[in-house]
Design a protein around this ligand. Structure first.
Ligand SMILES: *Cc1c(COP(=O)(O)O)cnc(C)c1O
Length: 466
């Protein structure tokens, strides 16, 4: 498989280079040059397979056999998902007549990001071994990404990971899931600034091309194609268990950076019958306004009960725009530049028309989120985390069409105990394997919000030698 940039001015690359470089040099995101597809009979056959085997089948066309042969791929997905805490890996749970939760929080850090990042860590190791190379991963996190990335990269011999989080601005559980990982190749940086400052510093590190080459800088955020790739399989797995391909499904996806719901779009491009994709937003509703009104304009980010969705500019949306613009990279480049400069996406109405047949936006605010958590608990005994509750709230706002609906449960309720307690009076307990999280020693380095200070720290500690 070859990959092209959404901005159209980087030569096509193979999977290994796409994995290691993250962002394209022209500033675009990599997407496959064409969409592979599955025959109906192949989709039907998925219902005989376990999760790891389904993942291997779905990932197969995206990685050339000379990079990873069938055996190695099967071994890799098996090793990735056998550590998950549930025999089904991504179990379904029915919550009313036509609605199921797809529980994606049985991985090591209790959020759906483990599905792609656990795979990504192993792919990095495999590809770097083949090339006898090292890389330096730098990332910024406001919570879930950081812990999932650190857990996926810890103790891997050919990479170092530096994760910046805003000092004092992430929840205690989220911070401890990062800072209690004591490993030679893991560096937690507590930055004296906001999440945006962290992101700006990471971008500045990547923009320093000399440093980028010297240290082999690489990204694990959801702009990396392998993140998207690692999230496609659970849509097929859910459909296989709910008797598709004979029946189309609606998926409802709590959305921030548009990565997860974009993976659903890819599943549909590969042939999975999906009738509708509901993009569920919290009060940070730029995507809702796009799908409802055909306009896209940036407002300030406001904190909500579902912090992993507190995003205005969803980076993966560029991948959808690329298809909506008939894969015209120059046009995407011009549109994104105008959007960044003016805060308004030009010709959004035409793009929206192209997307509306499949996508629908819904907005669920904090008060509604708490109501949903309370209601679902009262009716079913199930505790929802606030992100999943935004999804269930969005499903309730979407007119019923007689089809089965699957809401993605993106985090374990114990990861956001305050919101759950506020709604129900119950404080969900952490699963056994994390029960001593609150007593483990922590390790992090406090650094001022200054480019030179961060760059010097990274350079001094990265043992990269390309
Ligand atoms: C990251 C995250 C989201 C948003 O996912 P995107 O792929 O960024 O749209 C939703 N819920 C939880 C719990 C998350 O960690």
């Amino acid at each position: 498989m070859e990959y092209v940039s959404t901005r159209g001015s980087t030569p096509a690359l193979g999977f290994e280079d796409v994995l290691l470089s993250g962002l394209a040099r022209d500033g675009g995101l990599f997407v496959p040059a064409h969409w592979p597809s599955l025959e109906t009979a192949e989709m039907r056959a998925l219902s005989d397979l376990d999760y790891a085997a389904i993942a291997a089948r779905i990932i197969r066309p995206f990685i050339d056999v000379d990079v990873l042969d069938d055996n190695a791929l099967a071994h890799l997905t098996r090793d990735t998902y056998e550590w998950f805490d549930h025999p089904d890996v991504a179990p379904l749970r029915q919550i009313d007549d036509d609605t199921w939760l797809l529980e994606l929080f049985h991985g090591p850090t209790l959020a759906f990001k483990d599905f792609a990042l656990q795979l990504l860590g192993r792919l990095f190791e495999h590809v770097l071994d083949r090339r006898d190379a090292r890389i330096t991963i730098v990332g910024a996190t406001s919570g879930d990404t950081g812990s999932a990335a650190i857990e996926a990269c810890r103790d891997r011999s050919n990479l170092d990971i530096f994760m910046l989080h805003p000092d004092g601005r992430v929840s205690e559980v989220q911070r401890r899931q990062m800072t209690t990982v004591i490993a030679d190749n893991v560096y937690n940086i507590a930055l004296g600034g906001t999440f945006d400052d962290c992101q700006d510093l990471v971008k500045a590190l990547f923009a320093d091309h000399a440093l980028r080459d010297e240290l082999g800088l690489s990204a694990v955020n959801s702009i990396n194609w392998a993140r998207v790739m690692g999230q496609i399989a659970y849509y097929f797995a859910a459909a296989a268990r709910l008797a598709v391909p004979d029946e189309a499904l609606t998926f409802v996806v709590p959305t921030g950076n548009f990565g997860n719901v974009y993976s659903a779009y890819v599943a549909r491009q590969m042939g999975l019958p999906i009738s509708r994709l509901v993009v569920a937003s919290n009060r940070n509703d730029i995507l809702y306004r796009f799908f409802a009104n055909g306009e896209m304009s940036i407002l300030g980010v406001e904190p909500s009960l579902s912090p992993s969705m507190d995003i205005q500019v969803s980076s993966n949306f560029e991948r959808l725009i690329f298809d909506l613009m008939d894969r015209d990279g120059a046009a995407v480049d011009a549109a994104i530049r105008a959007f960044r400069a003016d805060g308004v996406l030009p010709d959004a109405a035409a793009l929206c028309d192209g997307a509306r047949g499949l996508f629908e936006g819904q907005r669920v605010d904090d008060a509604e989120t708490l109501d949903v958590i309370r209601d679902v608990h009262a009716q079913t005994g199930v505790l929802l985390d606030p992100h999943t509750a935004v999804g269930v709230g969005a499903a309730r706002k979407t007119p019923r069409d007689g089809l089965k609906r699957v809401v993605l449960a993106t985090a374990h309720p114990a990861k956001f105990p305050d919101a759950v307690e506020q709604a129900t009076g119950l404080r969900p307990a952490l699963p056994m394997h994390l029960s001593d999280l609150l007593t483990h020693p922590e390790e992090a380095t406090a650094i001022d919000n200054e480019f030179d200070a961060v760059r010097d720290f990274v350079r001094a500690h990265a043992v990269a030698a390309w």
